[in-house]
Design a protein around this ligand. Sequence first.
Ligand code: NAD
Length: 441
Amino acid sequence: MKIAVVGTGYVGLVTGTCFAEVGIDVTCIDIDQKKIDNLRNGILPIYEPGLEEMVARNVKSGRLHFSTSLAESIKGADVAFIAVGTPPGEDGSADLKYVLAVARGIGENIDGYCVVVTKSTVPVGTAAKVRAEVENALTKRDADVEFDVASNPEFLKEGAAIDDFLKPDRIVVGISSERAEEVMRRLYKPFLLNGHPIIFMDIPSAEMTKYAANSMLATKISFMNDIANLCEIMGADVNKVRQGIGSDARIGTKFIYPGIGYGGSCFPKDVKALIKTAQENGYQMQVLQAVEGVNEAQKEVLFSKVKKHFGGDLKGKKFAIWGLSFKPKTDDMREAPSLVIIEKLLAEGATVSAYDPVAVKEAKHTLGDTITYAKDQFEALVDADALLVVTEWPEFRSPSFEVVGRLLKQKVIFDGRNIYDAAELREVGFAYHCIGVKTDH
Ligand code: NAD
């Protein structure tokens, strides 16, 4: 089979590379010339564990190609994936201009039957718009080419994207013809061998499934943050409550960790977009409105603790920040809670020295030289008044607290991810603040 993947970001690059890995001929297309030039030289635009080696292997084998030309790459493709961004518009709805521009380009260039698949996260009804764009473009050039549209939302997690793609919990495909179903089944066959299910459904249901999945996960996070905040007021320990409820199989242990709010390129925008879709159709998503409200407030919780600890005056104080990316094992800084915390600290006249294993380059696009970037996690601590743990990278989990205490000016830790043991830290003289546990400091 031959496929084209349009949009070579977190989703498109992983998708294209994983299809190449199982023997399919793949061209990844992007409008960003520099991105494509770099990829041809083995330089990846993103950090994703294991991806660099996999790209190199498949380029070498001749199965994975990179191009800026949709016109050339789409010729003879059995499937064309649209994997471009769908950022939130000003009113929160998903901006479809990139998706529809690609659909037009596909219509202008396909030369034989092709399944046009939206892999980008798009609201219900988008596949119909994609179909109309392709049809219009075909009519304009008076071409009689058959095609189908399909919806194949992506569920990969940044930081574990390759594993998620190669061994998916499920593959969801929305189709409207048997022919498209047959092509998509053949394409995904190599990923189904170990019992991973492929679920075919109508296209609107597939489009909705992605929003429902992300909204459910965001709901778990905001629910747990709400519980954490109440635990703190009432003198309960959310870490124990989490274990207590997670052992109930109906609830489960995943996604019930309290913290400093969800970020990233998906949850915030997808929750907003679903609320907006509902509003446009005369319905209020009451639960999701609360989920969003709790999340906005939660991004400020760590900062409030810092301010309270220092008696409201942060002017001239220096803070060490461990972790900038919105979660570990990615360089993605989109909607990262670190940005909110840093902005607030700087606005109070404090300075920040930050360390992140991979996200510094991305962080500089937004933060520039408003903070300093330490070369390792310990350098960030030197002469700082406190440490803030913002992203739970594995290397932050068990540092030498003797060294941490020696480098810091004051032995104070604000743990936004509850990765440390309060009793252990207090025993060695730290003031320790975390989420959802009452502190006496
Ligand atoms: P991204 O911003 O990393 O990549 C998008 C790419 O599309 C960019 O490289 C951009 O240059 C390219 N592009 C834009 N217009 C183009 C055009 N006309 N032709 C060719 N290329 C074009 O985005 P992403 O994080 O990969 O997300 C893509 C979609 O997948 C979004 O809808 C997102 O919601 C969804 N998604 C993302 C994730 C994730 O973890 N990042 C997971 C599941 C779904």
